[in-house]
Design a protein around this ligand. Structure first.
Ligand code: ATP
Ligand code: MG
Length: 311
């Protein structure tokens, strides 16, 4: 990974114009995803990537990923199981190295601004026997050495106020005093988001936070995340299995499949044309009578995405 982008590099390539020489060109998606609520022209990019590639040994996961995620926006990362969505979040955190290209997060090389990032990993759930109260789980977000510099005196007045504020923001005040193991999946999910928010991050990375929630709770968490975005100016990147609960709130979508990625507004990316081109096979996007988008005909993902291309 290069330390920093070269300012003399000139105009960045358009979204989705990958650098994998073997891949068919993706359709041009020119928008810089500036539509949608809560946007101010001139906001700084929270994430920029050019020609980003991850491979594990001889195995190429994805390549040619070009991205601009503007500050204060809500972006979804979509794609089939194993496409490399969680890996992309780990790249943003500086936990996964790129094998080629570069990524800049909050104006610095990935990993340097980690204490300004809130992260909810995939499938984080609590043991039913866990007697820790919800509010204590939120406070752990201040103590955790892994995601940032520990805040002095995590049991201090400052910490109590910060935790209460985060709990209030996610609408969890009524149950934050109960043991977290006793709470429902939706209630636990709010507390997990509060834990990621307690340090007041500038960038919030959520890996499938809607997993295992019923439709009502999916909608509630989706609205909550959008509020965090618009009211607090936090940039949110959410990996999602189903785009529909968050579709009304999204500024941008990054769709990863078949070793490549395309980014743009939902209406640009979630189309038969763009997804067929990304998969390299006919894929249809249908709109159900209730307005939900349904992607049909996606090819079975290969166990391994081909070999690393020759360089
Ligand atoms: N450190 C690693 N070493 C080797 N392979 C890895 C590593 N991390 C991830 N992988 C592989 O990369 C692929 C993509 O993993 P990733 O978790 O990013 O997928 P995903 O899109 O998040 O999938 P899901 O929808 O199932 O969560 C998987 O096949 C996984 O086994
Ligand atoms: Mg994942």
């Amino acid at each position: 990974m290069r330390a920093h982008p070269d300012p003399a590099e000139g105009k960045p390539p358009a979204f989705g114009q990958g650098t994998n020489p073997q891949a068919a060109p993706l359709p041009r998606v020119e928008s810089r995803a500036r539509e949608g609520a809560g946007r101010d022209e001139g906001d700084q990019e929270a994430v920029r990537a050019r020609g980003a590639e991850v491979g594990f040994g001889e195995r190429l996961l994805w390549s040619g990923v070009d991205l601009d995620i503007a500050g204060g926006t809500f972006t979804a990362i979509l794609g089939p199981n194993g496409a490399g969505k969680s890996t992309l979040l780990k790249v943003f955190l500086g936990l996964q190295r790129l094998s080629s290209g570069w990524v800049e997060v909050l104006g610095s090389p990935a990993g340097e601004e980690r204490r300004r990032i809130g992260y909810v990993p995939q499938r984080k759930s609590f043991d039913q026997t866990l007697r820790l109260r919800g509010i204590d789980v939120v406070r752990l977000g201040l103590e955790g050495p892994r995601w940032g510099v520990p805040v002095p005196g995590p049991r201090s007045r400052h910490a109590r106020i910060a935790a209460a504020d985060a709990v209030d923001l996610v609408g969890a005040t009524a149950f934050a005093g109960r043991p977290v193991g006793d709470l429902s999946g939706g209630e636990q999910q709010r507390l997990v988001v509060a834990q990621a928010l307690v340090r007041q991050p500038d960038l919030l990375l959520l890996d499938e936070p809607l997993d295992n929630l019923d439709l009502a709770n999916q909608g509630a968490i989706a609205r909550l995340v959008q509020r965090i975005c618009t009211e607090r100016g936090v940039t949110v990147v959410m990996v999602a299995h189903d785009v529909n609960p968050i579709l009304p709130y999204l500024n941008q979508v990054v769709y990863i499949a078949a070793g490549r990625a395309v980014a743009g507004t939902p209406s640009e990316v979630i189309t038969s044309e763009t997804l067929s081109s990304l998969y390299g096979a006919p894929v249809e996007v249908l709109r159900a009578s209730d307005g939900r988008l349904v992607v049909v005909g996606t090819p079975e993902p290969p166990a391994i995405h081909g070999d690393r291309h020759a360089r």
